[in-house]
Unconditional design. Structure first.
Length: 204
């Protein structure tokens, strides 16, 4: 997920496949795995899951979206469902922390924080929508405004519904930091691989 600041990636959402997304989807998932289990055990789990190539070789540029979803599916075979959901939520929060530190300009953050939550939400997600393909990949992103806005991410790449927890973690942290620290999100993640709809009802 990238916001606001320009970057060197030249792909565009209307170009031919494969669609690409930000590397933090993978970087922060591995970081969350290491935070939970420690480096040695995390490396062992990645190896057993067939993702050992990531050890010491994390991406630094945009990645094909299926690499992230393949990582999630591989971990799904090794971790309990609840553990993987928590791991992806943590990965999303870590991604949001990266965005707040590196990608979202300080002046924009200072602009949003004192605003009424509804207005801050509209400005933030208008900005996010301009580069939504960097986390939605080949899927779709949309949002509504109002008293209880709804964020929708449709995942069309072969994936598991549990991946919705990654977006949940990201949106939750961004909203708590920039819109309202008391924000709560009700998530509804439905569908099957290649047709997953993640709806996040935001109480801001």
């Amino acid at each position: 997920m990238y916001l606001l600041k320009n970057h060197n990636e030249k792909l565009h959402p209307h170009m031919t496949a494969p669609a690409k997304i930000g590397p933090n989807s993978i970087i922060q998932t591995v970081a969350a795995l290491e935070a939970k289990y420690g480096k040695a055990e995390a490396d062992a789990r990645l190896t057993v899951a067939g993702q050992g190539y990531l050890i010491g070789n994390l991406p630094s540029e945009m990645v094909e979206e299926d690499k992230f979803h393949t990582l999630v599916k591989s971990l799904d075979k090794e971790l309990d469902a609840g553990v993987l959901a928590e791991l992806l939520n943590e990965s999303g929060q870590r991604t949001a922390a990266y965005l707040l530190k590196v990608r979202i300009p300080g002046f924009f953050q200072k602009l949003l924080k004192p605003l009424p939550p509804g207005l801050a939400f509209r400005l933030l997600f208008f900005a996010i929508s301009k580069n939504a393909w960097t986390f939605a990949g080949s899927g779709d992103f949309s949002y509504t405004t109002g008293k209880t806005p709804v964020i929708t991410v449709k995942v069309t790449c072969p994936a598991l519904p549990v991946v919705g927890n990654f977006y949940l973690g990201t949106f939750t942290k961004l909203l708590k930091e920039l819109v309202n620290p008391d924000t709560k999100i009700d998530a509804s993640i439905t569908g099957e691989s290649g047709n997953i709809t993640c709806r996040y009802t935001c109480h801001i």
